[in-house]
Design a protein around this ligand. Sequence first.
Ligand code: URA
Length: 294
Amino acid sequence: MGPAQVTDRRANAQNLAAARTPRYAGAMDALEALRLQIEWGADEALADLPLDRLAAPDARPARQPPAAPPVVPPPPASPSLPAPRPARPPAGPAQVRRAQEIAAACATLDALRAALAAFDGCPLAATATNLVFNDGNPESDLMLVGEAPGAEEDRAGRPFIGAAGQLLDRMLASIGIDRTRCLVTNTVFWRPPGNRTPTEAETQVCLPFLHRQIALVRPRHLVLLGGPAARALTGNSAGITRIRGKWTRVQVPGLETAIPTLPMLHPAYLLRSPGSKRDAWADLRALRRSIDAG
Ligand code: URA
């Protein structure tokens, strides 16, 4: 390589570096920081305009003597800022009663989905991107209930499509079941910010819709994936590692007979604790045997 080529390459490298140097880097960092805040659950601005708390003190407006308060002009209208969200009523007994009335009036799954989409009694709806109702075959005899949608489910509006959902698909495939032979749903229908566990109030306000969904599907078997689903539907607050694999029966309003129900470990837990897959395998075989026995 001659000296001219070396100089050319250096010049190219400098140009590249200059091109990458970030006229936009600051903006991109700010965008990432905003994404992170949304990921962690911040969903509302507290003021109409951003306040730079790192600005030099002399850049802040000087304090005015109390006798002569300055006339502060209203901030310029900013078309890029979304209008503040209307306050939602907190989830509580009144909202649970409303959820029960609304859900009971739904005669089909489509009506139930539409009623949930219009329901404003669960605060999770305010921070989620999409309602996550169910996926699979509503005519099937097997229904699985998970905890709550995660980030990917929230983006797509479909339950169990992320890493845990893919493991769930592999687990079910091992006993000959795919989503044409089951229906999957969740204890709550919107993603909790930052993937936290749904609160008791959020769970209780979604429960009438979950009950109604189960009553409309009329499955012959229910599988409850993880502690929150098992607690919500069986009322048993013992840890999932104690109650997994033990058949129980769940009585759902609107159905005359209780449904044989199997609590199991959640696939997200199995991803973190692969040593427990042996237990999950035993539970899957028990499920298969019960399905085969009719
Ligand atoms: N975990 C759940 O419990 N539900 C989903 O839909 C995805 C992950």
